[in-house]
Design a protein around this ligand. Sequence first.
Ligand code: ISE
Length: 334
Amino acid sequence: KLIRVGVIGCGAIGKEHIERLTNVVPQTKVVAVYDYVDKVAQDVAEKYDATSYASGEELIRSDEVDAIVVASTDDTHAGYAMECLKQNKYVFCEKPLALTAKECEEMMEVEAKQGHRLLQMGFNRRFDKGYVEMKKAIEEGEIGAPLMIHSAHRNISQAPGFETDYAITRVAIHEIDISRWLLGDEYDEVQVLSVKQSKRTTGDWLNPQLIMFKTNSGQRIDVEVQTDGAYAYDIQCQVVGEAGTLDLPDPATVVKRENQQVSYGLGDHWASRFSDSYNEEFLGWATGILKDQLVGASTWDGYASCVTSDALIKSRETGKPEKVTLMEQPEIYK
Ligand code: ISE
């Protein structure tokens, strides 16, 4: 059975997803699209032989659409995701799940009433081969108990309109999710530390930012977040255990020897760096839908990342560590 997918938001990531759902995932066909810029939606609809809808809500409610991808602007995610849950339709939602934790709580309530998981969050790194191997090694005890994680998230540039908070809600949110996933624990407290600023920032937001998490069992995670001006799109993650360490591999590119040097390319963008993980993520989504057993990050994980983001933003303002307080985890996410 072919899953008929509607995509809301046809910007950079929306187009990436449509391409994958069309050419990589055999079980899906993009039949409907919506974008707040009419012309963009119409062009995409024409290219992929889909129907362009007048609104996201109309697309969600359409009998022609079985499952929805939400890749619109951050402030609209919660509204669309909620509508999908109410309609008992599967939804893939890009991060962040919402701008407030309260909206996430409401979504969990509706999803629980529907009685099965309907939402998968766009935390693609959970499908990256490197991170998957690291998690397996941790779970099999290969480095003993994990004690801390050192990580870095470095960007060359950002789209216009970037703001200080986005370093957390759009960028470091990947580390917020992947670190708690790797360690299988929730955060107790988080902190933003001030750091000397880079002159290579093209706007007036804070860059870099240094953030710290402490898990309930006392593990510490540091994340260096450079949102602009870095030498490459570079993602680093090292888990330090009692008996050894694990390093996220760099992308597999040709190793070049010339002019008395050895080098390999890191790439300039998330789309190429994590291309394989996006493929796996959508293959997993389609299989999950067909089995009615979604995999990947859930509404709970979306909620946990929102609460953590809020605490980090608060910490940046207060200059102190801030507590992360989560509600009791609903049954369906256990
Ligand atoms: C983007 O949304 C991402 O997901 C990337 O991983 C991040 O590096 C980039 O800065 C974000 O804009």
